[in-house]
Design a protein around this ligand. Structure first.
Ligand code: HEM
Length: 316
């Protein structure tokens, strides 16, 4: 196969697999030592990240599910009225919780509030109240749909809170911890390039192998592409074995004294695994942006409908 100029010099995206910078010895050695890919330990791991099942919001979710299951079965025995007594107070509490959870957004944006607690704690606060508030509102509504405005308010509450689970899933994919530290596609990409360095001189001499890796990298990290073109990134891991086998086949017989096939395999596995991870991360970034673009306007609709609901029940 002939060599395209863009391949030899990298690529028009600047992500070509041929030219790589100096990587820290430890990473290169890890790959070369045949320790295998770093698949099992993605940047930093999750221990102590606050993202596990024993976190306060996870426990709150369990409690809320139990409360909802109980409330839905015993709604008649509870005999709550939305317009007075405990039922009315629950409406106030639920709404107050949903207003308070917005403080997370304020804490996130206002620099001088840093002293008011860690972002992680505030995000926990957001999640816990985002679960408790809607659960309490369900009790306030007696697990029933009422007037049109009450129905719209309840639907918004459930839609926002429910969509929060999708956001939580994506957040977990994008962040190393609840503290808001984001994973970076560029960091993973740079690491992938450094990992491939031991094969660089062989790749320079073999345009087919270079093209295979270049195409894989372009599929993983095509910076200008939108969500639809990024979606196939979810299948990248399935292509890793095939690409690895083809590249090893292409390089067979060349420079084996310097770098035996087993070590080449380890280098390629680490490189391709990193690129797959970077591709998935890009996809999750785009999905998260889309989720944000839906979740935030839904929140606005929620509070507008809640205001209309409160005014309406006091006027009529
Ligand atoms: C009625 C309840 C809820 C309301 C009104 C609400 C509102 C909001 C708002 C306005 C944001 C944007 C924050 C920002 O970017 O500054 C947000 C972010 C978020 N919410 Fe909620 N939320 C609710 C419940 C939930 C629940 C139950 C979950 C998870 C189970 C959740 C998960 C998230 C996540 C993951 C983010 C993104 C955080 C970030 O990008 O920093 N939310 N929520």
């Amino acid at each position: 196969m002939t060599t395209a100029t863009s391949e030899a010099s990298g690529s028009s995206l600047g992500v070509g697999p041929v030219k790589f910078g100096d990587g820290p010895k430890t990473e290169r050695e890890a790959a070369l030592s045949g320790a295998g890919s770093r698949e099992a330990a993605p940047e930093g791991g999750r221990r102590g990240s606050g993202l596990g099942w024993r976190s306060p919001h996870a426990l709150t979710a369990v409690v809320c599910l139990a409360l909802i299951a109980f409330g839905a079965r015993s709604v008649d025995d509870l005999d709550l009225s939305s317009s007075d007594g405990l039922g009315y107070l629950l409406g106030l509490f639920g709404l107050a919780m949903m207003v308070l959870l917005l403080l997370y957004s304020v804490r996130k944006r206002v620099r001088w509030l840093r002293r008011a607690g860690s972002l992680r704690a505030w995000f926990e606060f957001h999640l816990v109240l985002g679960l408790l508030g809607p659960t309490i509102i369900l009790y306030h509504s007696n697990f029933n749909l009422g007037s049109a405005n009450a129905t719209i308010s309840l639907a918004c509450v459930l839609a926002v809170s429910g969509s929060g689970f999708g956001g939580r899933f994506l957040y977990r994919r994008l962040h190393r911890s609840l503290a808001g530290e984001r994973r970076s596609v560029n960091v993973i990409r740079r690491r992938a390039r450094r990992t491939l360095e031991p094969l660089e001189h062989l790749l320079v001499a073999n345009s087919t192998a270079r093209r295979l890796l270049y195409d894989f990298e372009a599929a993983a990290i095509d910076e200008g592409s939108g969500l639809l073109r990024t979606l196939p990134a979810i299948w990248l891991r399935l292509r890793v074995r095939g690409i690895r086998r083809s590249v090893l086949g292409e390089l067979a017989g060349q420079g084996e004294a310097e770098l035996p096939p087993a070590q080449r395999g380890a280098v390629l596995s680490a490189y391709l695994a990193d690129l797959s991870r970077a591709g998935e991360l890009r996809l999750f970034e785009q999905l998260f942006a889309l989720w944000h673009a839906i979740h935030v306007p839904l929140t606005i609709i929620l509070f507008v409908s809640a205001a209309v609901h409160v005014v309406a029940v006091h006027l009529y």
